[in-house]
Design a binder for this molecule. Sequence first.
Ligand code: ATP
Ligand code: MG
Length: 647
Amino acid sequence: MTTPMDTSDGALFAGRYRIIRRLGQGGMARVFLAQDESLHREVAIKVLADRHSDDPHFIERFQREARAAARLNHPNIVQVYDQSQGGMSFIVQEYVEGETLKDLIRRESPLDPRRAITIALQILAALRVAHQQGVIHRDVKPQNILMQPDGKVKVADFGIASAGGDTEMTEAGSIVGTAQYLAPEQARGLTVGPPADLYSVGIVLYEMLSGRVPFEGDTAVNVAMRHVQEAPEPLTDRNPLVPAALESVVMRALAKDPRERYQSADEMGIELDRVRQGLPISDETAVIGAATLAMTQAMRPPAAAAPAETMVAPPLPPRESAPRGGNPNRKRLWILLIVIGVLLLAIAVGAFAFTRGGSDGGGSTSATTSTSSALVEIPNVVGRTQAEATTVLKDLGFDVLITQQASADVPEGQVIQMRPNAGGRVPTGTTIELQVSSGPNVVAVPSVQGAALGDATAQLEALGLLVTTVEDSSDSVAEGNVITQAPSAGVEVKPGSTVTLTVSSGKLASTVPNITKMDINNAQNALIAAGLVLGGQSEANDAAPAGQVISQDPAAGTSLPAGSSVSVVISKGPATIAVPSVINQSRGNAEAALSSAGFTPNAVEQATADPAQDGIVIAQNPAGGSQRAQGSSVTITVGRYTGSTTS
Ligand code: ATP
Ligand code: MG
């Protein structure tokens, strides 16, 4: 028995798609390969699982997001062709032959850095177009990245995640799988922009290069928490073949604060490409990348990790425990649970660290107590000079331990704080720790932007600062002058700190390659190799095969600043029109009908013993009704009466 929603092999789905076989199953849907009987092409149909299909809220979002995704048209994006209207929920997509990036990673990781970069650049090309149209993917993960056998990469499921169904929440593995790629702000339920997708690309790169995602855990909350508060293990520790510059780019993408990450897919793509070419990365990336990694130590005190592990908030409920129907969809619920879990853990860990900090300062440094002595109240010596404070305390029978601490507001030599605090009663002989100001032990970094390197270095060294340089090209800053500095002007640092100067190596020009007549992917690769990026793309009918570049702007040979974009017109293939049926017409009529429809008639004669067929079209190829390119030829077979053939 066939119903319009039958998805068994051979069934005609939705009256139009002949199901060939099942391709896979994700959290919220099953995916089938089918033949579109109307347009004669293979398609992938994503059918919403039954359990979601009676939730009108869910369906409404699923369809709204599919509409947004359907507007996107780019060689690195899985094209959405069609979607259900009304009752049944499905999305018809371009069928991508091949495997997912997850499969490739499982089989071949760690990937060669150049190959990983090539894949990431294609993901970024897809995200760039989507972001420009206001579509945030929200679920960039290797399962949604399809790899064609020819190496072309296509990103699937744009924006569908926000429909509330990127992943089935009743499968523990599945939700943990998605959580592994979520940006901290996503885990915390904040609004997300392009940097959230770029964070996910950072995780995907990390996984390609090391074979493992940086943050793993037993529950989604656990994983999400680690995204929020832990730094990743250095990539180069997991795979020494990863160049340091590439590690910096990945670490910048993984910055906790979205404002520190790359702000656009272009920006990240350009740096990745520089890494591929062996060119230096930006100073900003080096600094932010290092900061992301440095957090490893800061955020991973051995004891503080324990509550994060043990205080895991809501475990995943058993399957089917949630009431059916009428409730908001489970995806939303789960995001909410993750958010609550993360917030609770953040508070718990924060409180714990605070308590620990207090006891460290007080307890451990004043541990030496004499068992037999009387209790004495500790006087307050904060704000007094070191000499005064020491005298007062020693007179009362305490021991004194001095530690120095730079301070901008407490004058040099004065006590900033003491442990244990004043007012407590402790035995004589207890050691009181005094933290004494060593003065404002900082210098403000001067602005050296635009200065010649020699002058800048002299100025910084005079303040006791060290200088390192990296080179970068610049269109506006003359060769040998400072483009940017880190830390920036005004930041207070300790003498002996290093200031990194990015020094201009002059203008970097790229020559536009000839990409006309290339397949769009090869064209894109050629542009990347030349230090350029693919810009606006439009499509037009043309005699050239579909997907081929038919024109480019600017023309080949033009010299442009590196990173500029080149826009292209891509062929959609020749326009097609329906072939008229001319069978049984006279040759003259048939030829006229074909010519006026835009075809080139090509008559061949065939002997016939039937006088009625003389001069009449008895066959045609292609058949009437088929779609053919304008101007293509249609062969008509015209009868020629030859009389009786028996003698
Ligand atoms: P999630 O539910 O979180 O999106 P997922 O991406 O693994 O998880 P689906 O998007 O439902 O799940 O896809 C399931 C599988 O179907 C994919 O792993 C892939 O193998 C296959 N698939 C999906 N879309 C296509 C497509 N357009 N062409 C070919 N295969 C596809
Ligand atoms: Mg998917």
